[in-house]
Write a protein that binds this ligand. Structure first.
Ligand code: GRF
Length: 199
């Protein structure tokens, strides 16, 4: 069975979508480990509840111990590589990864971003889309999954899906709609990509 490692920083609802679909067999994959840069990420609880091994590597601790940012990336890469994943999924991972990490897994790292390609990179993408809609600058938003390069929320697009915005939407309503699309798209993208790899 193909293996993935999922990197998270927080809630882990997209991780949960992967866990649930792997459990029912919709997704033919083993989630070999969940790695978080924060010990308090709720996604770690989701992983433990599903019997999945977890790892924590906190950048702040690495830096406080005299380590470097690049050293963090290299250490993280070593930790992930030990699981021999076919694919690495950034699902709400909030740190930029440099070449010290990415060079170890060419074309094997994907990221989920709650916006369409080229717009609203970085944090608070859904809120920024909501505000842009209010100003009449955009008509819709979306979700994309892309291969990871050092530039934040950029890189070749694997798949994307537009999400409508309605005039009466609160930001919370828009967030809920975007997250529902994310939970389906992340599963579809992992399924699609793993189908490309040799057993
Ligand atoms: C998602 O909206 C993802 O696109 C963004 O961070 C959020 C993570 O949500 N990068 P969760 O932790 O999977 O619930």
């Amino acid at each position: 069975m193909k293996k993935i490692v999922v990197l998270i920083s927080g809630n882990g609802s997209n991780l949960q979508a992967l866990i649930d679909n792997a459990a029912t067999g919709v997704l033919d994959v083993e989630i070999a480990a969940v790695v978080s840069n924060r010990a308090d990420a709720y996604g770690l609880t989701r992983a433990r509840d599903a019997g999945i091994g977890t790892e924590i590597l906190d950048l702040r601790e690495v830096l406080a111990d005299g380590g470097s940012r690049d050293g963090f990336d290299v250490e993280l890469a070593g930790l992930v590589a030990a699981y021999e994943p076919d694919l690495i999924v950034l699902a709400g991972w909030m740190l930029i990864l440099g070449e010290g990490f990415l060079d170890r897994f060419p074309d094997r790292v994907i990221n989920l971003h709650p916006a369409l390609p080229g717009v609203f990179p970085g944090t608070n993408a859904i809120q920024r889309a909501h505000e842009a809609f209010q100003r009449g600058e955009i008509k819709r938003t979306g979700v994309m999954i892309h291969r990871v390069i050092p530039e934040v929320d950029a890189g070749p697009v694997v798949t994307m899906e537009p999400v409508p915005i309605f005039p009466d939407d609160s930001v919370e309503e828009l967030e809920e709609r975007v997250h529902l699309v994310e939970h389906n798209l992340i599963v579809a993208a992992v399924d699609l990509l793993l189908g490309d790899y040799e057993d």
